[in-house]
Design a protein around this ligand. Structure first.
Ligand code: UTP
Length: 288
């Protein structure tokens, strides 16, 4: 039903400088895979067939990563490393990938505007290119299921500590079930005492194509950027919006501490070195 996804990946990544001065933050690896590969995999695992990546200045490495590299393949053939060779070929075959460049970095809402022509008149998924989800059922699939049930745009949310709501976009609304909320308000970084809940927008969305008309009407907001949250507030006046409390864990790779935590958590799940890595962590913690 939802076959197209948009992955915004054009941002500066200022929170991760200097590493992101000349390389996209979406290419920062968690163990041996760049962040954006996990994101594309989630989309594919959710039944998405067509992906538009919003790129920009200094983001060539993303396109190269998902492209064929014949020289490398020849070298792996010579080395008879069939496993790696298959993995490299699978990478360029994961989905129909398309790219469009955001000319100026005018915010997430502006980035989504570039998808209008590609998406057309269908609902579509948005997955932030710097956010990895760790879940049993892919988070985008969870949102697609909620869209199928309720028929309006769906925003992934997760609970955050009450004293940290001022760092996130927060939703408020009426609970329809254990995980679903009908949204009646959205606020970007509210004061702690004014927050309508502790449910934070978590970097995955299903949007109806009406969002494009709303984005055209959205004035520049915080940091002089077009905010997707502001456009969704306009959408809320015309359509029902739903929040889905995700089953899984969000990892914001654009944040240095989260990046470190994610690396450790994912390493502890990799059978080939989990035991050795755990022993190493225990040893250094003992010495602290
Ligand atoms: P962020 O706000 O986390 O990205 O946007 P940023 O602006 O790169 O972050 P900092 O604060 O400077 O470190 C979430 C996602 O949206 C993309 C980013 O690449 C990231 O994957 N994005 C953001 C765009 O594609 N265009 C923009 O104008 C802004």
């Amino acid at each position: 039903m939802i076959k197209k996804a948009v992955i915004p990946a054009a941002g500066f990544g200022t929170r991760f400088l200097p590493a992101t001065k000349a390389q996209p933050k979406e290419m920062l690896p968690i163990i041996d895979r760049p962040t954006i590969q996990y994101v594309v995999q989630e989309a594919v695992d959710s039944g998405i067939e067509d992906i538009l990546i919003i790129t920009g200045k200094g983001k060539r490495a993303i396109e190269d990563h998902f492209d064929r590299n014949h020289e490398l393949e020849t070298r792996l053939e010579e080395k008879e490393d069939q496993l790696l060779l298959d993995e490299m070929r699978r990478l360029s075959d994961m989905a129909n990938l398309h790219y469009v460049r955001q000319r100026e970095l005018n915010g997430l809402g502006d980035a989504i505007r570039y998808a209008r022509h590609h998406v057309g008149n269908e609902p579509f998924a948005v997955l932030l290119g710097d956010t990895i989800m760790d879940s049993v059922i892919p988070v985008t699939q969870q949102l697609i299921d909620t869209y199928a049930q309720y028929g309006g745009s769906v925003i992934a949310v997760e609970e955050v500590p009450h004293d940290k709501v001022n760092r996130y976009g927060i939703v408020g609304g009426k609970s329809l079930s254990d995980r679903i909320l009908e949204i009646n308000t959205l606020v970007e970084k509210p004061n702690i005492q004014d927050a309508p809940s502790n449910l934070a927008i978590a970097g995955r969305y299903i949007l109806t194509p009406e969002i494009f008309a709303m984005l055209e009407q959205t004035p520049a907001g915080k940091n002089n950027e077009i905010q997707l949250t502001d456009a969704m507030l306009l959408l809320l006046k015309r359509e029902n919006l739903y929040a889905h409390r995700i089953e899984g864990k969000r990892h914001d790779i654009g944040n240095k501490l989260d990046f470190l935590k994610t690396t450790v958590e994912f390493a502890l799940k990799r059978p080939e070195f989990a035991d050795k890595f755990r022993a190493f962590l225990e040893e250094i913690l003992r010495k602290e």
